[in-house]
Ligand binder design. Structure first.
Ligand SMILES: *Cc1c(COP(=O)(O)O)cnc(C)c1O
Length: 437
């Protein structure tokens, strides 16, 4: 199966899409913004302008030979748990935006995390992860994967700490591109080097990197990009989804899931597409974490405005961080775009077009502050067009041990904000009103 060339639709944007290129002659040289709206949509008489929804559980064959051929090679369409044209269009778009060779879209970010890890690890294998993680990832690494015999060591988010934790059976290194809420930035290049020296792969959760808009981890040596499409891709708080994207080549020769054992050993059959194929087979076809076509449509449509939204949100987030930093009623402000942030230099190195839409700030009385807001809404989501806030200490991080909460930059006074596209003046006025008694 050539996962990067969806059949029955034209070539999507090819892997290396440059940002802001003026000479846009075709998919290969399209900017991010152009790729976001133009990729994966066929041209031609009577074609829909956007991506059509294929509401289908299965697809027809005309002859037995066709059916047999498809069941052998899986290059076309048979049963929609494996592939659906709407989902494929989204996958082609995500590949183009991340600069990847192939993507499998799944039902949520959690499903993407599980797909990415199980595509590389089996019982007896080991994962090293930066500990500044989304709570669901911490839970999966600490509570669920050990049930399957996969152990994880969570360490400080530095290449030195990751190197020290590597074992003979380490198959995967995991980190978030921009961690939530602390804003740690993964130092991808040395992390990739450490992983590869040990015969392991590097997976980056790029959820807060906005589907390649702020950063493309594959271009810095990562092997796998896993992400929640629920956040900036969907963008409107209306749909759940996730994706796993791989680059053009990975060194799989030292991974037991590929080198040992019967049907799992697809290396010799699929070559450079082996990892992408295993992810699709495992996450969608075998585990059934398939993305619904209606969800794929909403996410693909959301991606069309992602660059507009996330650049605006990043600008507003930086302006709010600077304003809150000197506000007399506000304590610690954390945002990777501020020079004082411990990961600011790394953010400048890896991020383009903004420092992201998430910031945290401390207020004296979080309950009173939240109850007085009239524009910002209290909700545990990120990347919505509307500004959302949470009190991580009692909600998103409520079950995390206290010391780990402090390590993640969360105190009892911390408010996390995902900045939306509202007018900056309205956001400032709302926060000001909620701060003054
Ligand atoms: C939300 C989130 C996830 C999980 O995504 P869902 O779509 O909610 O399953 C994974 N990683 C990060 C960084 C997230 O913010």
């Amino acid at each position: 199966m050539t996962d990067d060339q969806p059949q029955r639709s034209p070539t999507p944007g090819t892997p290396h899409v440059e940002r802001g290129g003026e000479d846009s002659t075709g998919p290969g040289s399209w900017s991010y913004e152009t790729t976001a709206v133009q990729s994966a949509i066929p041209r031609g008489l009577g074609q829909t302008i956007g991506i059509p929804i294929h509401a289908a559980a299965a697809f027809q064959f005309e002859t037995l030979e066709e059916a047999q051929e498809e069941f052998q090679n899986n290059t076309g369409l048979s049963y929609a748990r494996l592939q659906n044209p709407t989902v494929r269009a989204l996958e082609a778009r995500v590949s183009a935006l991340e600069g990847g060779a192939a993507t499998v879209a799944v039902a949520s970010g959690q499903a993407a995390t599980l797909t990415a890890i199980l595509s590389v690890c089996r019982a007896g294998d080991h994962v090293v992860s930066a500990s500044s993680l989304f709570g669901g990832t911490t839970g999966m690494l600490s509570n669920i994967l050990p049930l399957m015999g996969i152990r994880a060591t969570l360490v400080e988010n530095t290449p030195q700490a990751v190197r020290a934790a590597m074992q003979d059976n380490t198959r995967l290194v995991w980190a978030e591109m921009i961690s939530n809420p602390a804003g740690d930035i993964a130092d991808i290049e040395p992390l990739a080097q450490i992983a590869h020296e040990h015969g392991a792969l590097l997976a980056i959760d790029n959820t807060c990197g906005g589907v390649g808009f702020l950063c493309r981890p594959l271009e810095h040596g990562a092997d796998i990009v896993s992400q929640s499409l629920t956040k900036w891709a969907g963008g409107h708080g209306s749909v759940l989804g996730g994706s796993v994207t791989v680059g053009t080549h990975q060194e799989l020769g030292r991974l037991p899931v590929f080198t040992e054992g019967g049907t799992n050993s697809v290396l010799h059959l699929r070559g450079d597409a082996a990892l992408a194929w295993r992810q699709r087979w495992l996450g969608a076809h075998q585990l059934g974490m398939t993305l619904a076509p209606h969800s794929a449509f909403l996410i693909a449509q959301g991606l069309e405005t992602l660059p507009l939204r996330l650049s605006r949100e990043s600008e507003s987030a930086l302006a709010l961080a600077r304003w809150l930093q000197v506000h007399p009623a506000v304590g610690q402000v954390s945002y990777p775009g501020l020079p004082e942030h411990p990961f600011h230099a790394q953010a400048q190195r890896y991020l383009r077009g903004g420092f992201g839409a998430v910031l945290t700030f401390e207020v004296p009385d979080p309950a009173a502050f939240l109850s007085r807001l009239r524009v910002l809404r209290i909700a545990p989501n990120l990347g919505d067009v509307r500004s959302l806030v949470v009190h991580p200490w009692t909600t998103t991080h409520g079950r995390v041990p206290e010391a780990a909460r402090h390590a993640a930059g969360v105190t009892p006074q911390t408010i996390r904000m995902s900045v939306g596209v509202e007018a900056l003046a309205d956001l400032q006025a709302d926060i000001q009103g909620a701060l003054s008694v």
